[in-house]
Design a protein around this ligand. Structure first.
Ligand SMILES: Cc1cc2nc3c(=O)[nH]c(=O)nc-3n(C[C@H](O)[C@H](O)[C@H](O)COP(=O)(O)OP(=O)(O)OC[C@H]3O[C@@H](n4cnc5c(N)ncnc54)[C@H](O)[C@@H]3O)c2cc1C
Length: 344
């Protein structure tokens, strides 16, 4: 049995479509376009992803310290240099057509695109606290991005909610503007890296409020305070603050893969499970970066995943183009090619 093409040549608009133009998407675009694959990178916002919301990045090798926006611009320019086409549009969903899922259909708000392979790097969105006042006061003192909104809070008292890297890093960053920053954490110790914790504890403008959760965000036209509850004692208190920055985690943007539900492995919270080649359960569809189930979610891991995904996609497309006489399915042929090439 040889593999059949689904339709005449011209079926495909692109060799590869990358969903998302954060660090993972821009890296995937760089690699696939450098491999001379016709590549489209689609992002619903401007390219850069979460690093646009990060003031300084100090743990990306080769850059002792670089502003997130600067790194994003460099990654974009690098991908474009090799020919990646980057457009702004929102991907609604991804599905497949034809035997062995040969055609990947990416539906956006504007139109449908067909590609041989799709690399999904849509990252995640901030988790909300889900407390009264949060929705109503969003962008009126409630924020999920210190870099975007910090400058609006000169000499104000702020609350930062969370205990991980983002909360601690951004809490320290906000002291540039704020007269005081309360870091509210529901536990008795932080999850953030030690070096970030040291920086936080050494900052005289920061006060950590342990074992406490926010029950309500107060204010009419803008944030005026928060109502806190100590989870150990049950004791409540009100804190006067002019802004609340929330960093309590991310939820993966994996809903766009809903049409493939049942064929993809997802963790309880929705992160996409892949194998070591970044393959999902659907041949020719890969996931990389923050959207993928994994231990660490960093720029380094995102670009590493994306590199693997791009090379695996290249091998997959080679197998697809060659229409091998060999009856093995394309996915296995591509895996074999990846292993032979020594990428495993
Ligand atoms: C406040 C903060 C500070 C951080 N600090 C650091 C740090 O110091 N060092 C570090 O290594 N990491 C840091 N990180 C983590 C780092 O930013 C992420 O790990 C990295 O950005 C992940 O890259 P990604 O490309 O997988 O996803 P993202 O950066 O999330 O990019 C995903 C992209 O997909 C787009 N997208 C989503 N859905 C769709 C759709 N339906 N259609 C089209 N486009 C879509 C989004 O607009 C976005 O541009 C920080 C994160 C935050 C939030």
């Amino acid at each position: 049995m040889s593999l059949q093409r689904v339709k005449a040549p011209g079926t495909f608009d692109y060799d590869v479509i990358v969903v998302g133009a954060g660090p993972a998407g821009l890296t995937a675009g760089l690699y696939t376009s450098r491999a001379r694959l016709k590549t489209l990178v689609i992002d619903k916002l401007v390219p850069g992803g979460q690093i646009l919301n990060t003031h300084l990045i100090e743990d990306y090798p080769g850059f002792e310290s670089i502003e997130g926006a600067d790194l994003a611009a460099r990654m974009q320019a690098h991908a474009e240099k090799f020919g990646a086409e980057i457009i702004m549009d929102q991907v609604v969903d991804v599905r497949t057509e034809g035997p062995q899922d040969q055609v990947k259909v990416v539906r956006t708000m504007e139109r449908e695109y067909r590609a041989k392979a799709v690399i999904v790097t849509a990252g995640g969105s901030p988790v909300k606290l889900g407390v009264p006042g949060e929705e109503r006061l969003n962008a009126r003192g409630v924020s999920y991005c210190a870099v975007c909104d910090g400058p609006f809070f000169n000499n104000r008292v702020l609350a930062v909610v969370g205990g991980g890297d983002a909360a601690v890093e951004e809490g320290v960053y906000l002291t540039k503007y704020a007269s005081k920053v309360y870091l509210i954490h529901r536990r008795g110790q932080l999850r953030a890296q030690k070096i970030l914790q040291d920086r936080l504890f050494a900052n005289p403008k920061v006060e950590v409020i342990w074992d406490s959760v926010v029950d309500e965000i107060l204010g009419d036209a803008s944030v005026k305070g928060i109502r806190l509850r100590n989870v150990k004692t049950g004791e409540g208190r009100t804190l006067d603050v002019g802004g609340v920055f929330i960093f309590v985690g991310f939820t993966p943007n994996s809903d766009i893969l809903e049409p493939l539900k049942g064929r993809l492995d997802r963790e309880g919270s929705g992160y996409i499970v892949t194998n070591m080649y970044m393959e999902t359960g659907v041949p020719g569809i890969y996931a990389a970066g923050d959207i993928r189930a994994q231990l660490a979610r960093q720029v380094t891991t995102a670009v590493g995943d994306a590199t693997t995904a791009a090379i695996a996609a290249e091998k997959y497309i080679e197998a697809l183009n060659e229409q091998p006489e060999d009856p093995q399915p394309i996915k296995e042929a591509a895996q074999a090619a990846v292993a032979v090439a020594g990428y495993s």
